[in-house]
Design a protein around this ligand. Sequence first.
Ligand code: C5P
Length: 223
Amino acid sequence: SKRVSIAIDGPAGAGKSTIAKMISKKLKIVYLDTGAMYRAVALKAIRQNIDTRDEEKLSKLVKDINIEVRHIDEEQRIYLDGEDVTNLIRTPEVSIGASNVAVVPEVRLKMVEIQREIASKCSVVMDGRDIGTYVLPNATLKIFLTASIEERAKRRYNEQLLKGITDVSLEDVKNDILYRDKNDSSRAFAPLAKAEDAVELDTTNMSIEEVVNKILGLIEDQC
Ligand code: C5P
């Protein structure tokens, strides 16, 4: 059968990973959370006391970094130099750090190489910021997922409460999202942007199921 690739981009908290995971299950194709890879780079920098905005040090850091994505029981685990860091990369510090390291071209080139390698072997649904514009310009289907800032902050906040994280306020979450949106959209190399041929979906007033069904319908139209 034909190889498909689905790109899901958009700002923080728009629901990209939730939607991408469900699409991957429905279509039985690999899900790749590219944000997790930038988070792993940030974690490595933080552990070495490197400023996540220090381009020179980060360029050096990624030269021999080993980031692996493994799929275990339908779940994606992320490995940094052989260590499973899946549960360590969801802190506010790592979120901001990821957005900072993602500005550095050498960091992006390294991550994009890994991402394209995976897409060359398997059908994938990938979520991120630059998948439709840069990583997979020939993707079968490109989606640009958005929602109002209030809605995105609320979703991310509720997600954290469910995980038992109670020391981060709704206001903190909103500020984190605003910082990253601005940083991600304004960088020079492969910024957060809607690809010309992407379908934009504003999910502010849509349920998860509605979004998934809408995308599955679009896939049928295209494949
Ligand atoms: O998607 P997530 O919130 O986990 O991504 C963390 C950060 O990684 C984003 O704020 C963004 O700066 C960066 N990122 C990126 N390109 C991608 C995916 C994530 O620059 N394809």
